[in-house]
Write a protein that binds this ligand. Structure first.
Ligand code: SF4
Length: 263
């Protein structure tokens, strides 16, 4: 006897249409079931893609193309070159949960008026031990950390939680997979950011043009980061999120200066 789909799964299947993009995974109806592949392989011939079992998707999602560990399954680094067949809705759910753990349930929660997001203050307020320091970031600092950590270059989830002064991500950007509370990678990054804020300040004098160069260099550095660099190693001064965070802070100075000069 066929198991009935639970409400989240039933709603997901009902709105699929012929195909549906779930972060980097394209889901297509195929016969009575579904076929999944990387969205960049949408036009590839079936024979050109390796057929993998649904159960093998968990392992596939563990590493990038170059073999680097993926601590964040919603990072835009899902491997290409595969396809998987899901024979029914339950198999499809298993496949999506291997690739984006909890993504389908969160997607369903986000359809409602109150998806139950846990915002920065509530989340950090209940941290203990070495993560309590994250509550010490003020709203502006926390907003910079959020913008840097959750940038679409690093994570494809649509952030629904926030902190005062920062809007949640707009609908369907950067994907339909929602983020309902800060993740472990974020928490570690916020801890590092709070530690950096506690360091002695240096009085550095630079001109507007030099600041522009610094901003360009940081943006280029974050964009060109080596895919093998450990994504969540925030002790690494050249970690792309750390570069992005410094860019956020310096850009704030740049904007303030332009305002003061009436631009
Ligand atoms: S907290 Fe940010 S980085 Fe972590 S899953 Fe959510 S949106 Fe992505």
């Amino acid at each position: 006897m066929t198991r009935p789909a639970h409400p989240a799964l039933a709603a997901f299947v009902a709105q699929l249409g012929d195909e549906f993009l779930f972060a980097q995974v394209l889901v297509r109806r195929s016969g009575g079931g579904f076929e999944l592949c990387h969205t960049d392989d949408a036009a590839a011939a079936a024979e050109a893609l390796r057929l993998v079992a649904v159960e093998a998707l968990r392992e596939l999602a563990l590493t990038t193309e170059t073999g680097a560990f993926r601590p964040l399954k919603s990072a835009p680094t899902l491997r290409r070159g595969w396809r998987a067949k899901a024979m029914d809705a339950h198999s499809l759910e298993a496949a999506l949960n291997h690739l984006y753990p909890g993504g389908l349930a969160d997607w369903f929660a986000a359809l409602g008026e109150n998806p139950g997001a846990t915002h920065y203050r509530e989340f950090t307020g209940r941290q203990t031990g070495m993560y309590r320091i994250t509550a010490m970031l003020n709203d502006a600092q926390a907003a910079s950390v959020i913008r840097a950590c959750c940038d679409a270059r690093f994570c494809l989830k649509r952030r629904l939680w926030t902190v005062a002064g920062l809007e949640p991500d707009a609908a369907s950007t950067p994907s339909v997979v929602p983020c309902l509370e800060p993740c472990a990678v974020f928490l570690e990054f916020a801890r590092k950011a709070a530690r950096l804020e506690q360091e002695d300040r240096l009085a550095v004098s630079i001109g507007a043009g030099e600041l522009e160069t610094l901003l360009e260099a940081l943006a280029a550095g974050a964009a060109a980061a080596d895919a093998n660099r450990r994504e969540a190693d925030f002790g690494d001064a050249a970690n792309p999120r750390r570069m992005q965070l410094l860019w956020e802070k310096l850009r704030g100075l740049h904007v303030e200066k332009e305002k003061a000069e009436g631009h």
